[in-house]
Design a protein around this ligand. Sequence first.
Ligand SMILES: Nc1ncnc2c1ncn2[C@@H]1O[C@H](COP(=O)(O)OP(=O)(O)OP(=O)(O)O)[C@@H](O)[C@H]1O
Length: 347
Amino acid sequence: MTGTAYGHPGSASLTPRLDPGKPASAVPDLAALQQRAAERAAERAGGRDRLRGHIVCDGLVRIFKTEGVEVVALQGLDLVIDRGELVAIVGASGSGKSTLLNILSGLDTPTAGIARVAEYDLLALSNRRRLSYRRQVVGFVWQQTGRNLLPYLTALENVELPMKLAGGRGRRARRERARELLDLVGVGYCADRRPGQMSGGEQQRCAVAVAVANDPEVLFADEPTGELDEATGAEVFAALRTINAELGVTIVVVTHDHAVAGQVRRTVAIRDGRTSSEVRRTARVAADGSTELVSEEYAVLDRTGRMQLPASFVDALSLRDRVRLNLEPDHVEVRPGDRAPAERSEA
Ligand SMILES: Nc1ncnc2c1ncn2[C@@H]1O[C@H](COP(=O)(O)OP(=O)(O)OP(=O)(O)O)[C@@H](O)[C@H]1O
């Protein structure tokens, strides 16, 4: 287990000072103290606003038990995604991406924690609510194109099908919307082709149109560019950005490919079942007046103050077991701790 040594330049007293000049009535009563304690607890939890978001995971845990062996796939994962965001979630194989996506899409139930999407509490879904969640709230694009499109239907018919199954729209309205959506993702020219007559990238863009046919609030895409080359993958991301901007759908793309950071404004990295870092790209006006996108990487701090140091930083300074932390006026220093006494005597 990793320990920490803290160095503080000074510590503030948490004990309230009593002012002898104040009248006794200034002493808070029990109700006021309870109220203050509740506020402090909320502040410590990161404030009430922390749990506001279109998608909220807080301390999310998923433990798999197989033949007596427990695998902790998600170890207290925190993630808040606002309405209308387009976020990529990246991580190495086994980091917990699919587990997270299965939970968020309502296919799997977490062991503990909070998982909420658009007011749906994913830990307490009845079968009926789960069905309505999967039919009305979320849409999916999977890596395998065969899972997204029916091979014997044309692109247009594929986009019409979910609308037909949901009912509500007439034949003409369905056809019109299907054409609009195919145009929006840039494959209007494929309307009368079957999947076998389209390239992999065209099929995935068509799959995006199918996934949003019934106006979902959230779109989940699992490795949607996994089987595509870089240029074709960029076209699929362009389609996702268009859908996000034009229809306001919140989009979460899960991938092992860190290069997607260049395709979205926010990329969240998962390591060992926790969010470890994120990259945000923001537009800035350069000295010559042109607009440029600047990427900044952040470590993710959870509400108990835990964060993961990037593996490259840990390796560069051979950090292990214990580190020293120093609180400076505007930053925290992390330095290698002392080696264990046994090791020192061997040196
Ligand atoms: N049904 C299951 N039963 C037991 N262990 C599981 C199950 N599903 C996932 N795991 C384990 O949980 C951990 C996280 O797996 P997960 O599939 O979520 O990772 P991933 O990041 O999606 O990997 P990949 O990119 O290879 O799909 C792994 O150690 C995996 O072996």
